[in-house]
Ligand binder design. Structure first.
Ligand SMILES: Cc1cc2nc3c(=O)[nH]c(=O)nc-3n(C[C@H](O)[C@H](O)[C@H](O)COP(=O)(O)OP(=O)(O)OC[C@H]3O[C@@H](n4cnc5c(N)ncnc54)[C@H](O)[C@@H]3O)c2cc1C
Length: 353
């Protein structure tokens, strides 16, 4: 028997699973998918859960019902790559593998700033996004929310909360001189104007020194605040950072051309945990997933896999509430309703697939 275990049914893991199931698999292949949640989470939409604008049923999908897959819904607490075993929290169950895919995503990077772990909300897991949604939703009229980090997720969180709660005082702390540093200046200006028009206070050149239960201290000034949301950086999952494999500067696992770990070629890594020339994204994880499935199909059929082609990303789309947005499509910056509709279209397609 060939035991293939996929850790994480997120953007990368689900793509691998669906692509494999599209094919006739050898009889002796046994697939197990492990996730803490009994559903596929649409992480790119977690900002809506944090803002309370969408029902959580709309941000998750059932895993495929197929008798070729065994599902395990548990919290993984160790990947024992030496003995090829996976163990779980509060459970004596142990899963052994012959082939392993690691697609556990990323988690917040607190950059060692005091108080962040204890006192900030997050959008990095479903449970955390839900917790953030409750904290924001329970705020009294004119409550104060600070969002630290003005990358894509910080912008989407801030604008969605603004649309959800016009009464709140919202402050966005941005480390750079302009929001969305990875985007074109036309988009940066458009988003900056949206925040001015929608009364979101943006502080540039932020350098958060510490966070307390009721405030954020930045560049020597402490702002009293009811809820602080951290969107100021991510790092690969801690179980991945613990593995004895070669990592890049961001602690992602370095892979060969076939997404295999050179030290253990029966281990594959997808998405936010895999070293890549591209920034982490759901789109990248999905494309890598398709390619890993092709490699795995060959390996499981005892054939030599073809070298995966170069990844070609289609651009990024972001939202500013429900009827405005921005994006880079085919190297062109676009703003307004069109990219917002396109983003909803991408979500609809993802759900259908
Ligand atoms: C607010 C926000 C907005 C974003 N917007 C975009 C966007 O517009 N476009 C885009 O392309 N990307 C976007 N991203 C980034 C994108 O969500 C990630 O890059 C993508 O989800 C990575 O896919 P993945 O498969 O590596 O991991 P994930 O999709 O995060 O999947 C990881 C899976 O592992 C499971 N898991 C983790 N730890 C454990 C454990 N210990 N035990 C069991 N299961 C576990 C999780 O439940 C999850 O199902 C956004 C992210 C955020 C937070």
């Amino acid at each position: 028997m060939k035991r293939l275990v996929i850790l994480g049914g997120g953007y990368g893991g689900i793509k691998i699973l669906l692509s494999l199931l599209d094919h006739q698999l050898p009889e002796d292949v046994h697939i197990t998918l492990v996730d803490r949640n009994p559903y596929h989470s649409l992480k790119t939409e977690f900002f809506t859960i944090a803002a309370g604008t969408v029902a959580e049923r709309d941000v998750r999908l059932d895993f495929p019902d197929d008798n070729r897959i065994n599902y395990v819904y548990k919290e993984i607490n160790k990947i024992d790559s030496e003995n090829q075993k996976i163990t779980f929290e509060n459970s004596t169950e142990v899963i052994s593998y012959d082939y392993l895919v690691i697609g556990l995503g990323c988690e917040d990077n607190y950059h060692g700033v005091e108080g962040v772990e204890e006192f900030t909300e997050s959008v990095q897991t479903f449970a955390k996004a839900r917790h953030t949604g409750l904290a924001v939703g329970n705020l009294k009229a004119y409550g104060k929310v600070s969002i630290v980090g003005a990358g894509l997720s910080g912008i989407e969180v801030a604008s969605e909360i603004r649309e959800s709660r016009p009464d709140l005082n919202i402050r966005l702390l941005d480390r750079g001189a302009s929001v969305l540093k990875a985007f074109d200046s036309k988009i940066q200006d458009y988003v900056a104007e949206w925040f001015i028009a929608n009364d979101v206070d943006v502080l540039h050149h932020a350098n958060v020194e510490y966070v307390e239960k009721d405030g954020v201290c930045n560049n020597g000034v402490c702002y009293v605040n009811d809820v602080t949301i951290w969107t100021a950086g991510v790092q690969p999952h801690h179980l991945v950072r613990e593995l004895p494999f070669t990592k890049d500067r961001q602690e992602k696992i370095v892979l060969n051309d076939y997404y295999q770990v050179p030290e253990s070629p029966n281990v594959y890594v997808v998405g936010d945990c895999a070293s890549s020339e591209f920034s982490p994204s759901g789109q990248l994880a999905g494309q890598q997933g398709e390619q890993i499935a092709e490699v795995l199909l060959a390996v499981l059929q005892d054939k030599k896999p073809k070298k995966p082609k170069e990844i070609k990303l289609k651009g990024t789309l972001g939202s500013l509430g429900k009827s405005d947005g921005f994006g880079n499509m085919m190297q062109m910056p676009i703003t307004g309703l069109v990219p917002r509709i396109a983003k909803s279209g991408v979500l609809w397609l993802n759900k259908r697939h």
